[in-house]
Design a protein around this ligand. Sequence first.
Ligand code: CTP
Length: 406
Amino acid sequence: MLKDKNIVLVVTGGIAAFKAISLASQLKKAEAQVYVVMTKNACRFITPLSFKSITRNKVTVEMFDESDYIPHISLTDLAELIIVAPATANIIAKAANGIADDMASTLLLSSEAPKLFVPAMNTRMYLNQITQRNIKNLTEAGARIMEPDYGLMSCGTTGPGRFPEVERIMGEVEILMSRQKSWFKGREILITLGGTIEDIDPVRFITNRSSGKMGLSLAEELIKVGAEVTLIVGNVDSAIFEKFSKKYIQCTIEKVRSAEQMYEVVKKQYSTCDVLFMAAAVADYKPDFQDDKVKKQEGEFHLPLKRTKDILKSLAKDKNKIHIGFAAESQNLEKYAKEKLMGKGLDFIVANQVKGEKAAIGTDQSELFLYHQYEEKPINISYGKKEDNAVTLIQEIEKIIKNHPK
Ligand code: CTP
């Protein structure tokens, strides 16, 4: 995957700088072209010659040298991926704030290539809220920041801040490179998310606990791999949604309230989509809306409910498109997931638990089981952050789609 890819490795001045040698060596073994940029402080820990010997390419330290080209401009154009390893608190702060006062920071500001930061620093510096804020800002600007390893540091303290194993960094590199040639790139993706609201009267309604977080995490990952994403958004956690919609203004978003409205909007958008992710928690029943507020009476009150239309089952008929349903279950997960997969004629169903320790509804974490038409056994995506699970889910779906083209 890395063969002949132009990768710029930025080495900054931390004690872990020497570990970047084995990273450069692994990248070379994977047949990438590696161009190293070092900060002046990095040169105090390790020499440019060490990297030159491994990469067989010139190592750049100065912004301007005697040659007839400006290094940061040519590396900016050349880079298909920039890895900053080790990334000190200082380079993270500069990159997060747009400071360009040396070769490394200028390259980071001027390049549009995907960026991977591998922080390695003293635990207190890493946990300092200023560094954490910078990491958050860089992440929001689209960079990938790895979590450092936990353990005994060279300064004698124990905590997060150690340079990760090179294998783990290589795993991240592969994810970033595969994103660039994703099957989803340029495809039209329709995602429904959040819960629907079924009004009873002017003041009351029925809804569910869906936050929309999984759908938004999927949307974010699909945008990153270059897909054209349209969202149909029901009732969602407003803070998460506001943050998303400010960040991804290019994304087409339609807000809906009820299952019926969601049906109408999906119907309108369906014909142009390549893939439908039906991540919304759609109400199966709705009351007859009362124009006036329902008044209390003596005795029990019964609310008659009617079935809503099953959006997936009734619309998802085009066999050239890919249909992905979601199943939230409190028991018999496998049985129900498979029934929904077959019963609704889906390509995939993503199932998760809504009861117990790993409950996924309205929370930040989930454990997923991806069922698909062609295999008896599901793919298990272990309990973790929904953002991370969205990345894995998209990769797994992509692998299966590539093996079973329509
Ligand atoms: N779905 C839909 N239209 C509905 C209800 C659900 O398109 N009226 C979609 C959901 O978005 C999800 C999948 O169908 O992708 C879930 O299947 P479903 O059988 O409807 O799940 P539940 O509503 O949870 O059903 P049950 O309560 O029977 O488990």
